[in-house]
Design a protein around this ligand. Sequence first.
Ligand SMILES: Nc1ncnc2c1ncn2[C@@H]1O[C@H](COP(=O)(O)OP(=O)(O)OP(=O)(O)O)[C@@H](O)[C@H]1O
Ligand SMILES: [Mg+2]
Length: 270
Amino acid sequence: MKSMDNIKNTNSKDETTASISANEAGAVVMAVKVDDLTVAYNYKPVLWDIDLEIPEGVLMAIVGPNGAGKSTLIKAILGILKPIAGSVSIYGKPYHKQRSHVAYVPQKGSVDWDFPTVALDVVMMGTYGSLGWIKRPGVKEKKAALEALEKVGMLPFKNRQISQLSGGQQQRIFLARALVQDASIYFMDEPFQGVDATTEIAIINILKELRKAGKTVVVVHHDLQTVPEYFDWVTFLNVKKIATGPVKDIFNDDNLTKTYGINYKVSVQK
Ligand SMILES: Nc1ncnc2c1ncn2[C@@H]1O[C@H](COP(=O)(O)OP(=O)(O)OP(=O)(O)O)[C@@H](O)[C@H]1O
Ligand SMILES: [Mg+2]
């Protein structure tokens, strides 16, 4: 993996385009590589023979209908689910060796918030990975957590029990927790689900900032209208991978129709 200094140097482009990195030989650096991945629940395959390469530095949407396997794909990449076939690598190594470089914001509703923890503590949990087993978060970690809370507009709620926040507010806390991880790759499963328009803009600005800093950001997204505005890379998924690549090249009616199974017309501007 490249050092952070390198990442910053090679990615000083404007914030609306992908800053795909190349190594010394000029080859594109792949942040994630998925090979022949098949995942099943109770012997029923829900992802079938997926090959996918995610170049470093993209802000990528995964789109597909409900039940297409989008969350399953992320969980399989993160080793939460064991595939029945295939493999995944993060910067050329298995996930368990790259854990500290990966941040994950799960889909809303998939986490039980019924434990007595305040927002600040939830965010500080994001720093645990870089601390090792023995050390506890200290002044530095607390400062980072407070900064992240500020960024997502949740500083006034830092001492609120997490279960006493609204769904959209909880989502922002999750985002703050991912931010303090200082990862190289961010996976976010529907971060805009159920948030208001202001929060959506705040979140997308943070995601674009991450891309500007050379991070790779993978987002499960349902609003097809905003794909060209928010993302530079897209993967169409429906049990199988339909297509993956730059939004400007592959975000078209043909791929939408193949993915959603209806005659789709995108009325969005590219
Ligand atoms: N724990 C589970 N046990 C059995 N089947 C499951 C389980 N989780 C998901 N599935 C099934 O696997 C398929 C893919 O589910 P997944 O959650 O990955 O879809 P998704 O694309 O994320 O959908 P959504 O847009 O609704 O979030 C679905 O048919 C779903 O019913
Ligand atoms: Mg899902």
